[in-house]
Design a protein around this ligand. Structure first.
Ligand SMILES: [Ca+2]
Ligand SMILES: [Ca+2]
Ligand SMILES: [Ca+2]
Ligand SMILES: [Ca+2]
Length: 381
């Protein structure tokens, strides 16, 4: 009967009522449909290719219908077929769908947001049966449906921007209910255009928990070897709402030879220096060689996410102390280190004083032995 299967109310769609007359020998004069149940009066169907009739003289009569009212459900209409002498009538039922409320305006304040922020929504929607509920649906990104409240003919509310929503322009679906019990979801205005998009900013990866390990133990000073190369593992926790594609370190004084200015990849695949794959803790081996200067040294770590956002420049710098070879291990590193530094200085001063005193004594005694004495003390190596 309805070529499209159904009509949507409030003029949402144009449908075609088709009636096929069974007896081809019958000299049909007219086919009409009484649509008074829809307040559309009586309409005439044709079989001459007009008004959506797909084929001329195929005994299928057609008329196009658009229903501006608000009824929905199965509606009975009367079809009448007449020839020159008589007419017969038949009742048929057609299905009217309830058009969803239509959105005519949607604003977000602010419209540019970070994930985890909130933003205010003002939405305007209309329906012939009245609008009874409007909600912003972020469930596809792990959020929820935030139902708006009516204020001055609009629907208003505050929504939370889900942490897992991708950055860029995102259209948030709107759930709507009307006074006829219809409900559904849309991402379009009544005009058919996409709803106003919320612009989601992308922040670069955040670096935290920068830690050095010496054979599995946390250290806060990296002892400088007298010979050979000391290796330590540097790890950092790297977090981002997006997938992290690269984490790199620019190691400076603790880089492998010739690579102090290179960005060296850190890894989170459980291989090499990395203890556990995919735990967000990225790892790289660093080297401390004889001859590097002691004290605080700077290095950088940066992450880059899938959408190429990088750790901000001012959040990349970290530092570590390079100490002398006697650095201990275990808890309370900072205290121990301070203590050993102090003792080192005190003993150096002591040695200097001792040498001076000894030198002075020998100088007093006659100078000749002083030159022989100094090399055997050997405190400077
Ligand atoms: Ca036809
Ligand atoms: Ca409706
Ligand atoms: Ca990001
Ligand atoms: Ca890891």
């Amino acid at each position: 009967m309805i070529r499209e299967g159904s009509i949507t109310n409030e003029g949402e769609s144009v449908a075609h009522l088709e009636v096929t007359v069974d007896d081809p020998d019958w000299n049909v004069r007219s086919v009409t449909a009484d649509l008074s149940s829809l307040s559309l009066g009586t309409v005439v169907l044709n079989d001459v290719g007009l008004d959506g009739d797909t084929s001329i003289h195929d005994e299928t009569y057609t008329v196009s219908i658009e229903y501006p009212g608000t009824l929905d459900g199965d509606i009975i209409i009367e079809i009448e077929v007449a020839d020159d002498w008589a007419s017969i009538g038949e009742s048929h039922s057609i299905t009217i769908l309830n058009r969803l409320p239509q959105i005519s305006a949607l604003t977000f304040t602010p419209i540019t947001v970070n994930r985890g922020d909130t933003t205010n929504v003002v939405l305007t929607a209309n329906d012939g049966s009245g609008v009874t509920a409007v909600g912003i649906d972020t469930t596809q990104w792990g959020g929820n449906v935030t139902w708006l409240t009516q204020l001055d003919g609009n629907w208003v509310g505050e929504i939370f921007v889900p942490e897992s929503i991708p950055s860029g322009d995102q259209v948030l679906p709107v759930r709507l209910e009307d006074g006829a019990g219809g409900s559904g979801s849309t991402s379009k205005f009544g005009t058919g255009e996409d709803l106003t998009a919320l612009h989601i900013l992308n922040e670069g990866p955040v670096i935290s928990n920068v830690t050095f390990y010496d054979n599995g133990e946390v250290v806060s000073t990296l002892p400088i070897p007298l010979t050979g190369v000391n290796e330590y593992i540097l790890t950092a926790k790297v977090t981002d709402f997006d997938t992290i594609s690269i984490v790199q370190a620019k190691l400076g004084a603790i880089a492998p030879p010739g690579q102090s200015n290179n960005w060296i990849s850190m890894r989170d695949d459980g291989l090499g220096a990395d203890a556990e794959a995919g735990d967000g803790i990225w790892s790289v081996t660093v080297e401390v060689r004889p001859g590097v200067s002691g004290g605080i040294t700077q290095f950088e770590i940066r992450g880059i996410d899938q959408q190429l956002a990088q750790t901000p420049l001012n959040e990349r710098s970290h530092e570590i102390e390079l100490g002398n070879s006697e650095g201990g291990s275990g808890g309370g590193q900072a205290v121990l280190k301070t203590a050993s530094n102090t003792w080192l200085i005190i003993s150096l001063i002591g040695v200097i004083i001792l040498v001076s005193l000894v030198g002075l004594a020998f100088w007093i005694r006659g100078g000749g032995l002083k030159l022989m004495m100094l090399p055997t003390e050997d405190p400077w190596k």
